[in-house]
Design a protein around this ligand. Sequence first.
Ligand SMILES: NC(=O)c1ccc[n+]([C@@H]2O[C@H](COP(=O)([O-])OP(=O)(O)OC[C@H]3O[C@@H](n4cnc5c(N)ncnc54)[C@H](OP(=O)(O)O)[C@@H]3O)[C@@H](O)[C@H]2O)c1
Length: 284
Amino acid sequence: MKILVTGASGNVGRYVIEELLSMGEQVVGAGQDIQKIKDIFKDTIDAVHFDFTNKGTFHQALENVDRVFLMRPPHLGKPEDLYPFIDAMKSHKIKLISFLSLMGVETNPIPPHHKIEKYIEAAGIPYAHIRPGFFMQNVSGVHSVEIREKNQVFVPAGNSKTSFIDAADIGLSTAILLHEPNKYRNTAHTITGPEALNYDQVAEILSKVTGRQITYAKPGYLKYRRHYIKDRGLEKGYVNVTVALYFMTRMGTAKEVTDDFVKLTGRHPRSFEEFARANVNSFI
Ligand SMILES: NC(=O)c1ccc[n+]([C@@H]2O[C@H](COP(=O)([O-])OP(=O)(O)OC[C@H]3O[C@@H](n4cnc5c(N)ncnc54)[C@H](OP(=O)(O)O)[C@@H]3O)[C@@H](O)[C@H]2O)c1
């Protein structure tokens, strides 16, 4: 039987697939843009057209599948957006859903992940929730523009700390859960990087790695929101969600450091400095 990976072309999905393939698993990569998936994985996996908002795509995606990596595309802000697909999985013999959740949602009902976890559990399908901290890829991705163009880290996180994790480490952890569904049945794993950094420390590491003076601009929420919507042209709904996440970060929800990654993988998670060196091209 195969493992369905939703968000196959996304930050985490692509690493989940790489790791599953190296474990000898058969994978179906799902997304709206099949060509994107084929371009990344060539013929090493099957690719299926899949849309959370179109029930007509569910049956084919679940054919010959007994485990699922489930992620919520960031622009689908309501937990209810994922419910029809979770309902559809009930009539297939699914041994494990590994849902890409978020650190701290077990006690924080605001992010959509909280309700999605509860909905999966209530559906009676075996689960292994993966609850990562903030991705290092946020810095090398959406926030790299200001780093390259203005030598500034431009996020409204105040003086808070974040235990950044590399999406590749999330991919490895998730693949381990899906590879041994009985062992990890009905479990949850909070995985983080090895240390919690504030954004002055992030800027310091980026300065060291790039050889340029990069500073933390420490904008307020309104300045950040205006810049990302007006100057960067990003979708309002997406920017609002990030404002809420940085608000929570300031409340201290992103700073916990756990050893779940070491327990799962037997390895140490990548540090932000190692990540920045390996991805220096994103910052120059
Ligand atoms: N960034 C963080 O720090 C962080 C931390 C913890 C948790 N998370 C959670 O991680 C998730 C995002 O994961 P990611 O960064 O790997 O995603 P991503 O890189 O933003 O990729 C989104 C994926 O979703 C697919 N997609 C978009 N719309 C879809 C639809 N309607 N139906 C089916 N697939 C669709 C896209 O492919 P197509 O365009 O081909 O469909 C793409 O593969 C979010 O739920 C976020 O809350 C993020």
